[in-house]
Ligand binder design. Structure first.
Ligand code: ADP
Length: 393
């Protein structure tokens, strides 16, 4: 059975065709980027063939049309009828969705009602759904929410220490994001631990970064909050800072709310501290040349992530495993090394050689806490959840 996975962003459409019968193999994947802009490109990998085109796509529907056209012309499938379901990444499911759900007009309305909580994400997610409904009208659409995995966190973890009426009035609470990735890598971690129960801290460190605390498969806390700005420092996002800072800056620098938000979301984090780049690969290059800001940025990043791991270890009274994933987590061995230097009190013993080689198990034999590097696969997790919803129906 073939499942199409769609991740529609504000100016991009990522797609992946997964064969759910054959061990969830990816048959086709790609991206249309620059949708609605003057210069767009379309890139796809179909079998061993790589496709690259410069094309103008006015909207998500046009991009999807191209993706489906190539799917047929490259003979990945004989007819569109082979696509039995479409799984959509939807960023915000609010407090309503604890798991994936088949999309009907009511679900579409709810995704729309949540626009104010994810103004950059839910609107294009809905456009992706609408495009699929139009081009593949007979195929069921399933929404898989980034927030769903975190809906199990207890009130003490999601309730901010602000007046309670603000939660009731505006639903201001911790939601958490990257849930699909945390769910996938925690599932893989239990497989490596060879048990279904246990405490895990998952560290999704990419352009956006978040950590989750998981007990027996259920998320009990996560570092991102009401928005994806909270938590550890990220590529261009500050992560957690004294909440007075934006208020102070709005007054002193005469910033509007939008400008303050832009400063903390787009100009802070790794980019802001280093003033070099938001990409740790660029920072490492400069650090090797003894650039002080670059060295300091890596130091600060490892320190803040280690602090978050420490906080979650404390909140769970220990952890059995720590798992690193996403661009930084899977590749930046030097950041993992620097983080783990803070964690010997927990019983973490890192195997330096295995860590440097980005191996799956990077702890030494006898390490009380196991440390893993697991490649995240949100597309695969979306396909699995899509199948689960179909089977329940
Ligand atoms: P996203 O959050 O957009 O999905 P990724 O998970 O792909 O992003 O992470 C992107 C980030 O990961 C890059 O900005 C870079 O900092 C880091 N990264 C990617 N590849 C490497 C690598 N080989 N070595 C070190 N860091 C890497």
């Amino acid at each position: 059975m073939k499942i199409l996975v769609i991740n529609a962003g504000s100016s991009s459409l990522k797609f992946q065709l997964i064969d759910a019968k054959k061990k969830f193999d990816t048959l086709y994947r790609g991206i249309a980027d620059g949708i609605g802009k003057k210069s767009c490109f379309f890139r796809a990998a179909a079998g061993k063939k790589n496709i690259f085109q410069k094309k103008v796509f006015k909207n998500h529907e046009q991009a999807l049309k191209e993706a489906l056209k190539i799917l047929l012309s490259e003979k990945i499938i004989e007819s569109l009828g082979e696509i039995k379901a479409i799984g959509h990444r939807v960023v915000h499911g609010g407090e309503i969705y604890m798991e994936a759900i088949r999309i009907d007009p009511k679900v579409k309305k709810t995704i729309k009602d949540l626009f104010h909580l994810a103004p950059l994400h839910n609107p294009p997610n809905l456009e992706g759904i609408t495009a699929c409904k139009k081009l593949l009208p007979n195929v069921p659409n399933i929404a898989v929410f980034d927030t769903a995995f975190h809906q199990t966190i207890p009130e003490k973890a999601y309730h901010y220490p602000i007046p309670g009426y603000l939660y009731r009035k505006y639903k201001i609470r911790r939601y958490g994001f990257h849930g699909t990735s945390h769910k996938y890598v925690s599932g893989e971690t239990y497989k490596l631990l060879k048990k279904k129960k246990g405490k895990i801290i998952t560290c999704h460190l990419g352009n956006g970064s978040s950590l989750s605390a998981i007990i027996n498969g259920k998320c009990v806390d996560t570092s991102m909050g009401f928005t994806p700005l909270e938590g550890v420092p990220m590529g261009t996002r500050s992560g957690s800072i004294d909440p007075s800072i934006p208020l102070f800056l709005m007054e002193k620098e005469n910033l509007s709310a939008d400008e303050a938000s832009e400063l903390l979301n787009k100009k802070s984090g790794i980019l802001g501290v280093s003033q070099i780049s938001s990409d740790v690969r660029d920072i490492l290059k400069k650090a090797k040349l003894k650039n002080k800001k670059a060295i300091f940025t890596l130091e600060l990043l490892a320190y803040k992530i280690a602090m978050q791991i420490g906080a979650f270890a404390a909140s769970m009274d220990g952890t059995d495993a720590i798992t690193f994933t996403a661009g930084i987590g899977q590749n930046a061995w030097y950041i993992r090394r620097d983080i783990c230097k803070y964690l010997s009190y927990l019983g973490v013993k890192l195997d330096a050689a295995k860590n440097k080689m980005n191996k799956e198990k990077i702890h030494k034999t006898g390490s009380k806490v196991k440390v893993f590097v697991i490649k995240t696969n949100e597309g695969l997790q979306i396909a699995k959840e899509t199948l689960k919803v179909l089977r329940k129906a």
